[in-house]
Design a protein around this ligand. Structure first.
Ligand code: GLY
Length: 580
C-alpha cells in the first residue's frame, strides 16, 4: 500500500498514566513523534482562479514540468484570461518550497516606483490627493515585476524552458477565450478609464463595442510580447523594443519613465516569514507584504484559546479582537525592507508582544478601536489573483499576482498588449491623508525611486506533522483576514474546498466594525456580538477568491479547493491519488 511513497517512521505516543485517568482529568498528552507519513505526494494538485490557467498548469506537468513550471504557466495564463486581476504589466509574490532541499524561497516580483516619482504629482490644484492620478493612467503605474518573476522562477526552479512554460499563455492570448461575466462587470465599472487611451480601446472595445459575455477575446499583441519574453527571457521585456514601447506609451500619456527604470528592475529573493501555530509551521509573506507580520500577530494572540470549543459569538469576538490589534499595527511600521531598515519585525511577531496584547482583550466586551493607540485604516480592494500547486516531487507554490484594482491603470502600452498596473496607489502618496480606500500615509510606505509599495498579498504554506496546505487569495487588505480564517479552518481539520468556502468576516481597526459577507453569521451571533459592543455591518457582496490545495501525508492523498464565489469553470484539479 503506497509503499513507494512512505518512509517508515514509528508512531509513538508516550503517556505516563494515561490509562488510569478519566478523559476529563487526564493531563494533556502531546504526540511526541511523527505518525507514519508519506514522503512524496501521489500526484499533483492545482487550484487557480480560471479553468484555462489550471489546464495550462496540467499541460506543462504532462510535459515533465514540475510545480514551478506549472506556476509559471498558470500565472502567465491568469494574466491573459483575467486581465482585470493580474498580468505581465503588474507584479506579485511567489512562495516556493523545493521538495528536494526542503528550502522555502520568497520571490518578490512586486512593482517598483520609477526614478521620477514625486508625491506632489499626485496632488490636485487644491493640494489634495487626486485619486484619479493615483489610480488611473501613467502616474498610477509602477515598473512591472511579473515578467522578471516568471523568468526567475522558470530559470532557477523549473525543469522546462521558459518557452515551454509560456506556450499555453501565448496560445490562449493568440487564439482567444470566451469572455465571462466577471470580466464584463469589471469592464463596465472601469468603462470611463478604459475609454481614455486608443490602445486600450482597441483591445477592450474591438469594433468599437464593449466586450460581451461569450465573445472570443483575442490579444495578438500580448501574445507577441509574451513570445518575446519566452524567446529572450526577462531581457525581452525589460530591454529592447518592448521596453521602448512601454516607456513611450507612459510618456505620451503624460508620465515620466526612462529605459533605465525597466532595465534596472530586479526581483528580490527574500527569506519567508515563519511562525508557529499549534502544531503547524507557517511559512508566509515577509515585507514588503504586511500579511505575514499581521498573521503572526493574530495567530500568536489566538494561540492561547481552543477556538473550536468556544461558543460561536465568543469565537468570532476573539478573532475580531486579534484582527483589530494586528491591523492597527500592520501599516504603521511596514514598508519595503530595502528602504525601511528599522522595522520592529522581531517585536511585532513575538509571542511576548502578542501575550501583552491579549491581556487587553475582554472575553465578553469589544475594545473600541478609539481606545487603542492610534494608527490609520488600511486599504480595501478586491482584485488580484492567486494560484496554489503541489507536485509529485513534494514541491509547493503559492503565488499571489496583481495589477492592483480592476484592469490596473487602464493604460495599455500601444504595440505591446501590456495593460499596466496601478500599484502606485499602494504607496502612501500623501502623508496623513486617506486615499481612495481609506489608507493613510506613513513614512515607511512613502514613495521613493525604486521602492516597492506595501502589499497585503499573503501566499502561505502550512506544514503540519501529517498535512501540508498551500493557500492564498486576492482581496486587498481583506487578504490577511481571509488567510487567517483559512489557517484556522485547516487547523480545525477542514478540507481545502471547505476552507475556501468558509463564510468571511473582517475587522481592520478602522472603521471600527465587523464587516461580514451576507449570511456569514447567524442573527443570534450578530445579536450577541452587538451586546458585547461590536458594530456588525453586512456587506452587499462577498469578497475574495481563495485557492487552496492540501497533501494529507497520513493518507497520502491530495485535494484541491477553488473559491465558489468567483467560479470560472472547474479551476481545481487533482492529478492522480486524490480527491476534489
Ligand atoms: N495591490 C494589492 C496588494 O498588493 O495588496
Amino acid at each position: 500500500m503506497h509503499a513507494r511513497n512512505f518512509s517508515v517512521v514509528a508512531a509513538l505516543v508516550l503517556s505516563a498514566g494515561i490509562g488510569s485517568a478519566s478523559a476529563d482529568t487526564a493531563p494533556r498528552i502531546d504526540v511526541v513523534a511523527s505518525p507514519t507519513v508519506a514522503v512524496h505526494p501521489p500526484g499533483a494538485a492545482i487550484a487557480s482562479a480560471h479553468f484555462l490557467a489550471t489546464q495550462a498548469g496540467e499541460e506543462v506537468l504532462a510535459q515533465g514540468g514540475n510545480a514551478f513550471d506549472a506556476a509559471v504557466a498558470v500565472a502567465a495564463t491568469l494574466g491573459v484570461v483575467e486581465p482585470e486581476s493580474s498580468g505581465i504589466g503588474g507584479g506579485g509574490f511567489f512562495l516556493l518550497h523545493d521538495g528536494k532541499t526542503g528550502k522555502d524561497v520568497f520571490v518578490d516580483a512586486r512593482e517598483t516606483a520609477p526614478q521620477s516619482v514625486d508625491a506632489h504629482k499626485y496632488l490636485g490644484a487644491d493640494g489634495k490627493l487626486d485619486h484619479d492620478k493615483a489610480l488611473d493612467g501613467p502616474l498610477a503605474a509602477g515598473i512591472p515585476g511579473e515578467p522578471a518573476g516568471l523568468a526567475w522562477v522558470a530559470k532557477h526552479y523549473g525543469k522546462l524552458s521558459l518557452k515551454q512554460d509560456l506556450a499555453p499563455a501565448i496560445r490562449i492570448a493568440r487564439d482567444g477565450f470566451p469572455v465571462y461575466p466577471r470580466m464584463v462587470d469589471e469592464l463596465t465599472e472601469r468603462h470611463d478609464v478604459m475609454q481614455r487611451w486608443p490602445a486600450t480601446r482597441a483591445i477592450f472595445q474591438p469594433q468599437g463595442k464593449p466586450l460581451a459575455v461569450g465573445d472570443i477575446f483575442k490579444q495578438p499583441e500580448l501574445a507577441d510580447t509574451l513570445q518575446t519574453l519566452a524567446d529572450k527571457g526577462a531581457d525581452g521585456f525589460y530591454h529592447g523594443a518592448v521596453a521602448q514601447q512601454i516607456v513611450a506609451a507612459i510618456n505620451v500619456a503624460g508620465g515620466d519613465w526612462r529605459l533605465d527604470d525597466l532595465a534596472g528592475y530586479q526581483v528580490r529573493i527574500r527569506d519567508p516569514l515563519r511562525l508557529k501555530y499549534h502544531g503547524w509551521d507557517i511559512v508566509t509573506a515577509p515585507p514588503p507584504s504586511s500579511g505575514g507580520v499581521a498573521l503572526a500577530e493574530m495567530l500568536n494572540i489566538l494561540s492561547a484559546w481552543d477556538l473550536p470549543k468556544l461558543a460561536a459569538a465568543t469565537r468570532v469576538h476573539l478573532i475580531v479582537e486579534a484582527m483589530r490589534r494586528a491591523y492597527r499595527d500592520r501599516t504603521f511600521f511596514l514598508g519595503d525592507p530595502d528602504f525601511v531598515k528599522d522595522m520592529p519585525l522581531a517585536r511585532l511577531t513575538s509571542q511576548a508582544y502578542a501575550d501583552g496584547l491579549r491581556k487587553g482583550i475582554a472575553l465578553d466586551k469589544a475594545t473600541p478601536s478609539s481606545s487603542l493607540p492610534g494608527a490609520p485604516p488600511p486599504k480595501v480592494g478586491n482584485h488580484t489573483t492567486h494560484l496554489s500547486i503541489i507536485d509529485a516531487q513534494g514541491n509547493y507554490v503559492a503565488a499571489t499576482l496583481t495589477v492592483n484594482t480592476a484592469y490596473g491603470s487602464g493604460l495599455v502600452a500601444a504595440g505591446t498588449g501590456v495593460l499596466l498596473n496601478n500599484e502606485m496607489d499602494d504607496f502612501a502618496l500623501q502623508a496623513g491623508v486617506p486615499n481612495a480606500y481609506g489608507v493613510t500615509g506613513y513614512d515607511a510606505n512613502a514613495p521613493k525611486p525604486g521602492k516597492r509599495p506595501l502589499s497585503s498579498m499573503s501566499p502561505t504554506f502550512m506544514i503540519g506533522p501529517d498535512r501540508v496546505a498551500v493557500l492564498g487569495t486576492p482581496g486587498g487588505s481583506r487578504i490577511i483576514t481571509m488567510v487567517l480564517l483559512g489557517i484556522l479552518g485547516f487547523d480545525e481539520g477542514l478540507t481545502p474546498q471547505q476552507v475556501v468556502s468558509l463564510p468571511r468576516f473582517h475587522h481592520q481597526y478602522l472603521p471600527d466594525e465587523i464587516s461580514i459577507e451576507p449570511g456569514a453569521l447567524s442573527a443570534d451571533v450578530v445579536k450577541q456580538l452587538e451586546a458585547m459592543g461590536h458594530k456588525v455591518t453586512t456587506r452587499s457582496s462577498t469578497w475574495g477568491n481563495m485557492q487552496a490545495v492540501e497533501w494529507n501525508r497520513s493518507e497520502n492523498t491530495l485535494s484541491a479547493g477553488s473559491d465558489p464565489r468567483n467560479p470560472v469553470g472547474k479551476a481545481q484539479v487533482v492529478l492522480a491519488g486524490g480527491k476534489q
